[in-house]
Design a protein around this ligand. Structure first.
Ligand code: 2AM
Length: 165
């Protein structure tokens, strides 16, 4: 029985990825492990280990959405998971509606939603215990136009996230 570790995500286009990388470069040196540039994303729904036979049905839930923009305009250090994140000071009703709609369908497929509220965020670095005071973050405007199904793989070089659909 083969399992895939899966999640749904907003996946950046190359320009957005470059903007995230450039904004993050201004934060170095950081105390933790920066997320690989190719792995930067916004998690929409985390599924965990899923049997291969279910991939097709899940892939059918990915796809285009009417475009909207989230301004990732602030930095937050989440102390418990020790992650440095980029978040938005504005509510993101469109993103929340997508997450709710997706979970309604995932619920019917037997997946259980994390009870914590959805907070759109980009994890920039892990194992971060503290940040220097006065760090400056440049706002990244991210236009979302699709939801991707992504597989988390582990290779010698570390964790790699691969969009499947
Ligand atoms: P993040 O979005 O806060 O960075 C793949 O593991 C992605 O799913 C990560 O980006 C991770 O956190 C997110 N995720 C959400 N819930 C998770 C969980 N219970 N275990 C692992 N990753 C989780």
């Amino acid at each position: 029985m083969s399992e895939h570790r899966l999640f749904f995500a907003f996946w950046p286009d190359e320009a957005t990825r470059a903007a995230l990388e450039a904004a993050r470069a201004g934060l170095f040196p950081l105390s933790g492990r920066p997320v690989e540039p190719a792995n930067l994303h916004v998690t929409v729904a985390f599924l965990g280990g899923v049997e291969a036979s279910r991939l097709e049905r899940l892939a059918a839930l990915a796809g285009p959405v009417a475009p909207f923009t989230i301004a990732f305009d602030r930095l937050e250090l989440w102390r418990k998971p020790k992650v440095l994140t980029a978040t938005s000071s504005q509510p993101a009703p469109r993103a929340a509606a997508i997450v709710d709609g997706l979970w309604q369908r995932l619920d019917r497929l037997g997946f259980a939603r994390d009870p914590r509220p959805f907070v759109p965020h980009v994890t920039l670095a892990r194992d971060v215990r503290s940040v220097r005071p006065g760090l400056r973050w440049t706002t990244v405007a991210w236009t979302v136009d699709r939801v991707c199904l992504v597989e988390s793989t582990v290779a010698e070089a570390g964790v790699r996230y691969l969009p499947l659909a």
